[in-house]
Design a protein around this ligand. Sequence first.
Ligand code: HEC
Length: 115
Amino acid sequence: MKKGIIIIFAGLLSACSPKLAMPRQENIEKVVAVHPDYTLSDVKEGRTLYAQHCGSCHALKNPTAYTEEKWNTLVPIMSKKANKKAGKEIVTPQSSDKILKYLITMTTTATSSGK
Ligand code: HEC
């Protein structure tokens, strides 16, 4: 029981530790050239959902570590995994879509200085 609490706590910590890049207006200005439907508010929400749902089994992966094509296939698979683990739909199709928007925005537009 005690061990379970420690594991949960460590999981929470690891979910917060990586400095996930915050999308900015300039990222959106670039990404809309390819994805006109992306908005800053959706992409920011996607970042929150990503941190919330995707760091419970493994550390959060850096958005720039995978290409757009890779994220396109991985996010639906991982969303299913998250829902299976929870025993219910915690990552809705809309949430999954916003997570994907965040990851694609960052991997296609992140600059080396992007904080
Ligand atoms: C239920 C546990 C679980 C959750 C929740 C989870 N993952 Fe994973 N993830 C795994 C496992 C297990 C692997 C390694 C084996 C594999 O690739 O299936 C993995 C691997 C990955 C990889 C590496 C794949 C590769 O080919 O290098 C990425 C990227 C990833 N996850 C992203 C995500 C994202 C995005 C989310 C949130 C939508 C997420 N994960 C949520 C279990 C999970």
